[in-house]
Design a protein around this ligand. Structure first.
Ligand code: KG4
Ligand code: ZN
Length: 335
């Protein structure tokens, strides 16, 4: 089935989102209710607060997505939902809503891995040539995924500790920037220049794995030491040097991945941190060295949203990969 209308649900973290997607590559609606303001005062996502907001928002978001798409229920071929990984309480709200919708309207159910969703978000703007490698960089993930075909995923690199976005947010916090700090770091670094020498953990270890906790701790220690000495930290310069370290690490790992898998035709870059302007520019420049299409997720689709889940679900619909109504959520789940 190449023609399809899918209604997709995403609630794995702090966004309640429902989307209607046509043929896996056209967004008819993509409603995202963000909870970021509720979590900001805690400096991070509070799981129970997230679950409660999902319950409050879900029905409104479903109604809004169907109305904006201007479809009737009979047009829908499948109900898709993020089945993991993510916050279990948050996942279960979306799964229960999707299962109820599928049951009441007698529509087949499709379960989608959250990372597959981020990866397939590029389908709205590009036709992907395979084999591909996807770099998924977000608040919860830092992964390199090799794809021989559109429905084949092999994790070839992963973080050994913090996710890249998590490190961005913690560094931003010590610089007293608002939560989530990633976009503020991005802006601040534009005014900075090189001043601080920062480490690049695991950069030269010969693997495709990442580590951001040592870099994060180096920045936090530097700030605390400056404070103790009464020295002023130049936040823009620190943000600049932090970006340089992150970019060096990402470029090095991508270069290594291309050496291991020279047949790669596309490099997909997705996830919340893929909105970062410095990372986008640097990866764009370094990809010119290879005979490679670099496909960035559209900035508005980098963060968590249900349209990306609909894009990934279209491939499962073509392959007749459905779930029973006993589908459960999984906080940890292999892609
Ligand atoms: O994909 P996402 O919305 O949620 C997860 O699945 O984790 O990613 C959120 C992360 C946060 O850590 C946020 O600070 C980061 O993406 N982020 C950025 C930028 N915009 C969002 N990090 C760096 N630069 C940005 N411009
Ligand atoms: Zn995500």
């Amino acid at each position: 089935m190449s023609e399809s209308i899918i209604i997709a649900f995403e609630s794995s973290c702090d966004e309640t989102s429902v989307s209607v997607v046509k043929n896996g590559n056209e967004i008819l609606s993509n409603v995202v209710a963000s909870q970021v303001e509720s979590h900001a005062r805690f400096g991070g996502v509070v799981p129970e607060v997230a679950s409660r907001h999902h319950v409050d928002n879900m029905l409104y978001v479903i109604d809004e997505a169907i109305q904006q798409a201007n479809i009737s229920i009979e047009d829908i071929d499948a109900v898709a939902v993020t089945k993991g990984p993510g916050l279990i309480g948050a996942l279960l709200i979306g799964i229960q809503a999707a299962k109820s919708f599928a049951f009441v309207h007698n529509i087949p159910l499709i379960g989608v891995h959250h990372i597959a969703g981020h990866i397939h978000s590029v389908q709205f703007d590009y036709k992907v040539d395979y084999p591909a490698i996807a770099l998924v960089i977000s608040g919860g993930h830092t992964e390199l995924v090799r794809m021989a075909r559109q429905d084949h995923y092999e994790v070839i690199g992963d973080t050994q500790d913090d996710a890249i976005g998590e490190a961005f947010d913690k560094v931003a916090r010590v610089l007293k920037l608002p939560y989530p700090g990633g976009p503020h770091m991005d802006r601040l670094a534009k005014e900075g220049r090189h001043r601080y020498d920062l480490p690049r953990p695991l950069m030269n270890d010969g693997t495709l794995n990442f580590s951001f906790s040592g870099l994060k701790s180096a920045v936090i220690n530097l700030v605390h030491n400056c404070e103790q000495r009464g020295d002023k930290v130049i936040a823009s310069d620190l943000a600049y040097d932090y970006h340089q370290a992150v970019i060096d690490i990402l470029q090095k790992k991508i270069n290594l991945a291309m050496e291991h898998y020279p047949e790669t035709k596309s490099l997909i870059v997705a996830g919340g941190v893929a909105q970062n302007s410095h990372i986008r520019q640097a990866l764009m420049e370094s990809s010119e060295r290879y005979d490679l299409n670099i496909l960035f997720s559209r900035p508005s689709l980098c963060g968590d949203n249900a349209a990306m889940i609909g894009a990934a679900a279209h491939i499962k619909l073509i392959n007749n990969q459905f779930e029973s109504l006993s589908l459960n959520g999984q906080s940890q789940l292999n892609i």
